[in-house]
Design a protein around this ligand. Structure first.
Ligand SMILES: [Zn+2]
Length: 364
């Protein structure tokens, strides 16, 4: 492998699978905690990173409850949501990400968080108000940093199907706030996709597209992938890390032109895979599957999209600048942008990466 991390950082990149509450950097966490008077389990960014890492080592349930629980407790007012969204665009800019689809589940931001019992219960925010607040922060970020984003509104799948339907309705109403898709996130082991079939059906006759976490963790990865495609009509699958190992899934994905939002660094962090090789990215590219490389929860898990691609290159010796370009073009093509916007993005990537596969360091 000859490609350097600094070169990957300079390359224009796309992130299609990035959670707002998984990318709040330490500085923002400390600032919001000070404003909210929320006690934190650490008083510097190194100890905070160690806290998140330690949670992971005690189990994913702890990471969800105390890691994401802590961060979302700071995202319970329109102002704080806008701040986090704005800072998210700064994070994208710093990593030279030129386009991202940011996802979050409004149900975690209604002003009722009781993390640490900090007692700062604000008025219950409506789902639409929450989505609008995030949109305002992202728009301000786009103006200041020049990075375009769109929003995927998630249902946290442990919610009842009634709440899922409410979230879907809010997502549809908020298309004017750059909502491009309905998503399904969190624990697929205990809450398989069929639980929210009705919510997804509401989007079938709308402009909204669909992105479903499936094939990430649990014992029914194969079944969840099929259900997500057949019943929820997923346009893209989050993770879907087993597709290359099952011929029937591979065919299904190809027939339906489903994009795969691979998140290799996240799968390593959460101990779901031992080696990035298990995902079979080379095979999927050879089969013309629209697979892209994404970050998932970069700040919380302690890496960037650049780190994700760099570590993948270290393990997959065949992956050069040409391969990285292909992965970015895949991301552009499977994004939920409009046709003409996709074309412009592909043009941008092709201009920035040399055709022969070597990386052109000129960045103007
Ligand atoms: Zn995810």
């Amino acid at each position: 492998m000859t490609i350097k991390k600094s070169e990957i950082r300079q390359m224009p990149k796309i992130d299609l699978h990035r959670h707002l509450d998984g990318d709040v950097n330490a500085k923002t966490i400390f600032n919001l905690a000070r404003i909210n008077k929320t006690p934190l389990p650490a008083d510097n960014s190194r100890d905070l990173a160690a806290y998140f890492k330690n949670l992971k080592n005690t189990g994913l349930a702890n990471l969800f409850r105390d890691g994401f629980g802590l961060v979302t407790s700071l995202m319970q007012t329109p102002e704080n949501l806008a701040t986090v969204a704005y800072e998210e665009v700064r994070n994208l800019f710093k990593d030279n990400i030129i386009y991202a689809e940011i996802q979050f589940a409004p149900q975690y931001h209604t002003g009722e968080s009781v993390y640490y019992n900090h007692g700062k219960r604000s008025r219950k925010n409506s789902y639409e108000e929450i989505i609008k607040s995030v949109w305002l922060g992202l728009k301000q970020g786009e103006r200041d940093f020049g990075v375009k984003t769109n929003i995927i509104v998630d249902i946290g799948r442990e919610a009842t199907s009634e709440i899922g339907i409410e979230v879907a309705k809010a997502a549809i109403k908020c298309i004017r706030y750059n909502v491009v898709a309905l998503g399904l996130a969190t624990d697929e082991a205990d809450f398989p996709p069929e639980r929210h079939k009705q919510a997804f059906q509401l989007t079938f006759d709308t402009e909204l597209r669909r992105s479903v976490h499936a094939g990430e963790f649990g014992n029914q990865l194969h079944k969840n992938i099929l259900t997500s495609i057949n019943d929820l009509k997923a346009d893209r699958l989050g993770h879907a890390r087993i597709v290359s190992q099952h011929e029937d899934l591979l065919q299904k994905i190809k027939e339906n032109n489903v994009g795969i939002e691979s998140c290799p660094e996240s799968n390593i962090f959460t101990n779901l895979i031992k080696s990035r090789h298990e995902i079979g990215i080379k095979k999927l590219l050879e089969e013309d599957v629209r697979i892209s490389i994404n970050s998932d929860d970069p700040a919380m898990f302690g890496y960037t999209l650049t780190d994700t691609i760099y570590r993948l290159c270290k393990e997959e010796a065949w992956l050069d600048a040409k391969g990285i370009r292909k992965l970015q073009i895949n991301a552009a093509l499977s994004s939920f942008l409009k046709q003409e916007e996709k074309k412009a993005l592909v043009g941008w990537i092709n201009r920035e990466y040399n055709i022969d596969g070597s990386w052109n360091e000129q960045t103007d």
